[in-house]
Design a binder for this molecule. Structure first.
Ligand SMILES: [Zn+2]
Length: 94
């Protein structure tokens, strides 16, 4: 998986990874430890859009969720397709 940030600005324990939503193309940014979600890479140092407190929560401002069969950590190809490759800060295991 690819990281937007090696350290979550909220919990300090996890990394913030690129995550593909249920529509198969929307990329958001999710902490591997606390599950906080950001929808803008520039916001990763600021307030999150939501906390994950349900298995398949709707994502505010998007027509997709973080659940479903096609969602998961994004590949480099998907990150590049979303024009977000410049934001990749590192690569690691989830
Ligand atoms: Zn976190």
């Amino acid at each position: 998986m690819f990281f937007l940030a090696e350290e979550c600005s909220l919990c300090g324990n996890g990394g913030i990874g690129f995550y593909r939503c249920s529509d198969g193309k929307t990329i958001v940014f999710v902490c591997t430890e606390c599950g906080t979600v950001w929808d803008d890479p520039q916001m990763a140092d600021q307030a999150p859009v939501q906390f994950l407190n349900a298995e398949n929560p709707p994502l505010p401002g998007h027509d997709c969720t973080l659940g479903g069969p096609v969602s998961g950590w994004a590949t480099r190809q998907e990150i590049e397709a979303a024009n977000l490759a410049n934001w990749i800060a590192g690569e690691g295991s989830a």
